[in-house]
Design a protein around this ligand. Structure first.
Ligand SMILES: [Fe+2]
Length: 172
């Protein structure tokens, strides 16, 4: 069964090739970080959610960028114009900078929009992975572009998140 991510700019490239290329590039640059090679290899496997045997979720619920819910939608969110259709957009409990969160609360305490990142992280945790916290961070937030590309939402990070974000920057 083939997984097709319609949000991927390079649809001609099979997913397994993309994963192998990512893992190989990281192995070359960081030969001693074996956990990072494995992370690169598995980070997108959550896209199986698109397959009928894993629920056959629609593309919008699996791929594309992810972002926190429960606080204001940042300008840098891809397709942010559609956030206006979300009832939270006009709810004063959820549409302020911090919303239901507080400064430095840590991303573990932040509810993210659903996608293949969060799913794969849950699968790893449920199966008692021995991957380090940085690996789980990379898996869970690699589609959180407003953070790792635009630098938004940094006020939600705790000290461990800040450290792990460095690995995510390398990864991207
Ligand atoms: Fe991904």
């Amino acid at each position: 069964m083939i997984v097709v991510d319609e949000s991927d700019p390079d649809l001609d490239e099979p997913r397994i090739e993309h994963l192998l290329q990512t893992a190989e590039a990281i192995r070359k640059d960081y030969p001693n970080e074996d956990w990072l090679h494995l992370t690169a290899l598995i980070h997108d496997l959550g896209k199986v959610l698109l397959l009928p045997s894993f629920g056959g979720l629609p593309q919008w619920a699996v791929v594309g960028d992810t972002f926190p819910v429960g606080c204001a939608f940042d300008q840098s969110i891809v397709h942010r114009k559609y956030c206006k259709e979300n009832p939270d957009y006009n709810n004063p409990s959820y549409n302020t900078k911090y919303g239901v969160y507080s400064e430095g609360c840590g991303l573990d305490n932040v509810l993210m929009s659903w996608g293949h990142d969060d799913y794969m992280c849950m699968v790893a945790k449920e199966n008692k992975t021995t991957l380090p916290s940085a690996a789980l961070f990379v898996i869970r937030y690699h589609s959180f572009y407003s953070l790792h590309k635009s630098g938004a939402y940094k006020y939600l990070l705790n000290a461990e998140d800040v450290e792990n974000l460095n690995w995510l920057q390398i990864f991207k």
